[in-house]
Design a protein around this ligand. Structure first.
Ligand code: HEM
Length: 90
């Protein structure tokens, strides 16, 4: 059996800003990643990385550094896939 990845809706995602004791999640290319462990290591700094937290950061990421291999770097941080609200699990 495969890993039971979450199906993440927009309402779930928008809470995951890295504030109020919550982890920071980002959507990149339709997949949801927990970027909390990577925050201290981001070459552009924590505040910059947090600009993409709690939302779909695909376009922002691509405007800044499209050459960065986020799929490889964040493979262990994969939370699940991003789905429309009505397809959510809760
Ligand atoms: C560098 C912003 C997400 C990995 C940078 C820099 C900025 C930035 C401004 C340039 C720092 C400098 O040269 O002084 C952002 C923003 C993000 C984001 C706004 C939100 C979408 C990510 C993610 C990853 C990542 C998700 C990896 C999983 C890197 C790497 C560099 C970098 C590796 C160095 C790239 C190089 O020098 O070629 N970022 N970043 N960033 N960021 Fe991000």
């Amino acid at each position: 059996p495969g890993t039971p990845y979450l199906r993440v809706t927009p309402s779930m995602l928008k809470k995951m800003t890295g504030r109020k004791g919550k982890d920071a999640w980002i959507v990149l290319g339709g997949r949801v990643y927990n970027i909390t462990p990577y925050l201290p290591f981001h070459p552009g700094g924590e505040p910059e990385l947090l600009r993409g937290a709690g939302r779909d950061g695909t376009r922002l990421f691509g405007e800044i550094h499209p050459w960065v291999n986020y799929e490889g770097m964040l493979a262990a941080c994969l939370v699940g896939i991003y789905v429309p609200e009505e397809e959510g699990g809760d």
